[in-house]
Every structure is written in structure tokens, then in C-alpha cells.
Design a protein around this ligand. Structure first.
Ligand SMILES: [Zn+2]
Length: 257
């Protein structure tokens, strides 16, 4: 790290749990953020400000006036601009040292697997179950840690699947495919700061995983009730009959890289 970087990240370097070594790991790491909306905005901003080496931001939608209440990567003047491209503008202004790869289209399963395999940590900041399960399948196949967040109304959820570990549970262990209906913000509404709180926590878990600081929020689903401002967590474990992770592990060859 040069003098500028030592200054920029000095408040991280002062932390025993991060230090120069942890900051170097963050600088050498690549993160994939799927969704540049309410969760992806704060998550990407904190990853960039904290000096992540490479940040790939995927979103096929354009910035809409209804997004600006909570999607703090974007601005009034960028209404109509693709969200990944708009996010790149904000992130580059915040920290020009981060390599930014905006992908302004919906990605298919093969492309998603390639993006996941290229990343050291994956943040699911999407807003629908089809995408969540596609991201999970790719993370199981490529054995990449997945930080999963969700927010709707005054409620938020957060958990981590460290799929580098063979015994890790996966998103489908917790929420089997086809079990739940989407509760989209467009229909249900969402309290703006809830997306900020959960997205920021996703960045925290991702940075901890990269820097090997503390312990990850694994096998616990954190539940935020912002109306009462209460946070609790419930334990869960790997489902031995999970169609995604157990079957994949029984049949798959190990991936390299
Ligand atoms: Zn599973």
C-alpha cells in the first residue's frame, strides 16, 4: 500500500482485527454485488469506501424516481440511466482506487456462475426468489461465501452461507425453492432506512469474511423489526435433504480456483 492508501484506510489499520494484513486482503479481494437497489447501494458504497480491490455490480434495471427514496447509489440527475452504470459513477467518485465492473443486464445461469467463481465473496442484494435461488446455486457450485439480505415493509433479514466449508448450509436449506411468494417493495412498500441497515450489515459480513475478522453470521437468521427496533436471530442448520447443496456435493467434482 502506498502512503495515500495507508491514510485512506488508517482507521481500519488501527483495528487489531483488521490491521495492515486484513486491509491488504480487502484490497486483494473481489466482491460480486447482485442488485444495485436498496440493499446493493449501501453494500457497494461501504465495500468501495473500505477499499475492496474489485467490485462487480450487476443490475439490468434503470434508475426510476420511485427508487431514490432508498437507493442511495443513485441521484435525481441519473433517472433513466442503468443502475449498474449509475452505481459506477457514485462508487468511482467515492474511491477511484477500486476496480469497478458494472454489468447492466440480467445475467443467465452460465454467466452468473462465471461471475461468482471470479469473486471472493458474493452479496445477494436482489429482490426476488428466482434470482436468490440462481445466486445460491452458483455459490454452491463455485463454493463461494454468500451474504444474503432482504428487506420489505419495516422488516429485514440477514444471514451468511460460507459455502467454502463442506458442511455449510445454503439458501435453499433455509428457504426451499417454491416455498415462498415474492414480497416486492413495489407492492408492499419498504421503510427506507431498513434497506440501509441490512445492506450495510451485508457489507460488514463480506468485509469480515475477506479480512478473516471475527465470526460470520452463519447458521443464524438475523431478523430486524424496525417498528419496535428489535433485532433477534433464529438458528437453523443444513437440510440433509436439500436438493441444491446436498445433491451438488454428492455428485459434483471439485471446482478449481
Ligand atoms: Zn442447501
Amino acid at each position: 500500500m502506498n502512503d495515500d492508501e495507508l491514510l485512506r484506510y488508517s482507521r481500519h489499520i488501527l483495528l487489531d482485527e483488521i490491521g495492515i494484513e486484513g486491509q491488504q486482503r480487502i484490497r486483494d479481494a473481489a466482491a460480486l454485488v447482485v442488485g444495485a437497489g436498496g440493499l446493493g447501494s449501501p453494500a457497494a458504497l461501504y465495500l468501495a469506501s473500505a477499499g475492496i480491490g474489485r467490485l462487480t455490480l450487476v443490475d439490468g434495471d434503470d434508475v426510476d424516481l420511485t427508487n431514490l427514496q432508498r437507493q442511495i447509489l443513485h441521484s435525481s440527475e441519473r433517472i433513466g440511466v442503468n443502475k449498474a452504470a449509475s452505481g459506477k459513477v457514485a462508487l468511482a467518485a467515492l474511491n477511484p482506487q477500486v476496480e469497478l465492473l458494472p454489468i447492466g443486464e440480467r445475467v443467465g445461469d452460465d454467466e452468473l456462475l462465471r461471475l461468482v467463481a471470479d469473486a471472493d465473496v458474493v452479496l445477494d442484494c436482489s429482490d426476488n426468489f428466482a434470482t436468490r435461488h440462481a445466486i445460491n446455486r452458483a455459490c454452491v457450485a463455485a463454493r463461494r461465501p454468500l451474504v444474503s439480505g432482504a428487506a420489505v415493509r419495516f422488516e429485514g433479514q440477514l444471514t451468511v452461507f460460507d459455502l467454502r466449508r463442506p458442511q455449510s448450509s445454503c439458501y435453499a436449506c433455509l428457504f426451499p425453492e417454491g416455498d415462498a411468494q415474492d414480497e416486492l417493495c413495489a407492492m408492499m412498500g419498504v421503510f427506507a432506512p431498513v434497506t440501509g441497515i441490512i445492506g450495510t450489515m451485508q457489507a460488514a459480513e463480506a468485509l469480515k469474511l475477506i479480512a478473516a475478522a471475527g465470526s460470520a453470521l452463519e447458521d443464524r437468521l438475523l431478523l430486524l423489526d424496525a417498528l419496535a427496533m428489535e433485532i433477534r436471530s433464529v438458528r437453523y442448520g443444513a437440510d440433509p435433504h436439500c436438493l441444491v447443496c446436498r445433491r451438488a456435493r454428492a455428485t459434483a467434482q471439485p471446482l478449481h480456483g
